[in-house]
Design a protein around this ligand. Structure first.
Ligand code: GLU
Length: 495
């Protein structure tokens, strides 16, 4: 049985050449963890930096792991992050299809080609399903390794079920990785892995190699958990006589020194981080620096837009050592991004969070956003920060005492009693008019501004820490509510 050479020639003819081509090849697990997102980002950056092509390929050979809607999570995340693909299941391309389950017929043909080339063999031994799925089992003296062509033909003709296994040669294999350098392994440590299973479907490792070649991938960027499979990949490329792509294995993202981030342990996915109040841009910027560092003039730079990353990215800056996901650092990036947003843009993202606790529409969300912008690390912090607008909390009279502002209960009572009529008399209620009235009053009373502002702010908000000062809070509350709260404060102090 000879395989059809024309088929292979036609497949070869489709492969684009001459440009950098990278692919992100997620398995649809329904969850884009931080390490995955980083792989997608680095892969995209390598392509974009080189003016190359970025491909999305869905690796769903392992049907057991399919999760409903999982592919949508991938599309959604990539689109939100601005990691656009030039070829993929939804947009097509010259080497379609881009979903492994739609490429089934291809793999069998290549497995048989490899048998013809002498680098794979039919194996008729009974194997457990898990051995087949993983492609892993002891290589030791498989009787099928040395069957004659006639024996094989006879078994096939008799309809005996088989798998196709890679014939690992004697000797050693050296492969090169852009991050880890040259790695040499003794071939005796590699097993004759299954390439094609009894049901005719490929194993994960085989499909991956065939697709990378047929899609003309020049740089294979992936997690370092695949490093140990790389020698077998190399041998497959060599067996077919194909050019070996540049391997770029990235060390894992860790929760702490010992543990990789994992869904099982509740570590956040991209979508979880969004839900926890982080901005996409901040997440991406942080993730970019999680295991990569810029060089030269930009060596100290931390804040990068995606466009700046495209220019600066160089895979030699990817680190060999695992990176630890640092929540405080991400908070810092997020705060920087929130602060640098245009006020209208910030108001737009903040409003839903403001309205979680400020239901009273009389209070202007944009004005609240304006006082929040400089004082917010995560969007999810917002509801708790502004809850006092809707309802004045029960607060401790002790709040009125502040050494730095030179206030105590007596002073505070005097200040509130002085402020109430002044504010009540204001015709216009703007930041400026409230500010001028209070500053004027402090002068008149010959006290520090803070001595007046402190009790006004405490009475208006009922909280020690507030976004915005007394003036801004009063302005947003409006005259009636401000006066009502200041009176309540005075009453509390008198009691
Ligand atoms: N499908 C693999 C994963 O989701 C990617 C392997 C690769 O990029 O080669 O982990």
């Amino acid at each position: 049985m000879t395989v059809d050479r024309q088929y292979f020639e036609a497949m070869e003819a489709k492969i684009p050449h001459g440009k950098v081509r990278t692919r992100f090849a997620p398995s649809p697990t329904g969850y884009m963890h931080v390490g995955n997102l980083r792989t997608a980002l680095y892969t995209w950056l390598i392509a974009r930096n080189a003016g190359g092509t970025f491909i999305l390929r869905i690796e769903d050979t392992d049907q057991g792991r399919l999760v409903d809607g999982a592919v949508d999570v991938i599309y959604r995340t990539m689109a939100e992050c601005g990691l656009n693909h030039d070829e993929g299941p939804d947009v097509g391309g010259p080497v379609a299809p881009y979903i492994q389950s739609e490429r089934r017929d291809t793999y069998g043909k290549y497995a048989k080609l490899l048998v013809e080339l002498g680098h794979a063999y039919y194996c008729f031994c009974e194997k457990s399903e898990s051995e087949e799925d993983s492609g892993e089992f002891g290589r030791a003296a498989d009787p099928c390794r040395d069957l004659s062509a006639e024996e094989v033909a006879a078994k096939l003709a008799a309809g005996m079920p088989y798998v196709i296994r890679q014939r690992i040669p004697e000797g050693s294999t050296t492969f090169h990785d852009a991050i880890f350098g040259d790695i040499t392994v003794d071939n005796s440590t590699l097993d004759d892995q299954v390439l094609l299973k009894r049901d005719g479907l490929p194993t994960y490792n085989f499909a991956n190699v065939i697709d990378d070649h047929l899609m003309g991938i020049t740089h294979v960027v992936r997690g370092s958990e695949y490093l140990s499979s790389a020698p077998k990949y190399n041998l497959l490329y060599q067996a077919f006589g194909w050019e070996i792509p540049t391997y770029v294995h990235c060390s894992p993202v860790m929760r702490d020194q010992q543990h990789k981030m994992s869904k099982r342990h509740g570590d956040p996915s991209y979508e979880d981080l969004k839900a926890q109040g982080y901005l996409t841009e901040a997440i991406l910027n942080y993730v970019a620096l999680l295991g990569w560092s810029p060089k030269g003039e930009q060596a100290e730079q931390e804040i990068f837009t995606l466009a700046e990353l495209v220019k600066a990215f160089d895979m030699t800056g990817i680190s060999k050592s695992p990176a630890i996901f640092d929540r405080a650092k991400l908070d810092h990036f997020n705060a920087v991004y929130l602060r640098s947003m245009a006020p209208e843009a910030f108001a737009k993202v903040a409003e839903p969070y403001i309205r979680q606790s400020v239901k009273d529409e009389r209070y202007d969300a944009a004005a609240i956003a304006a006082v929040l912008q400089a004082r917010c690390e995560k969007l999810t912090d917002i509801p708790e920060k502004v809850d006092f607008f809707d309802a004045l909390p029960e607060y401790d009279v002790e709040f009125f005492t502040n050494k730095k502002s030179k206030t105590n209960p007596e002073v505070s009572l005097a200040m509130l009693n002085a402020a109430i009529p002044v504010l009540e008399a204001l015709e216009q209620w703007t930041n400026e008019s409230v500010h001028d009235a209070l500053i004027g009053l402090a002068q008149q009373l010959e006290v520090k501004n803070a001595t007046l502002m402190w009790p006004v702010r405490i009475a208006a908000a009922g909280k020690l820490v507030t976004p915005g000062g007394a003036v801004e809070i009063c302005q947003i509350l409006g005259k009636d509510e401000t006066v009502r709260r200041l009176r309540a404060g005075a009453a509390k102090l008198q009691a």
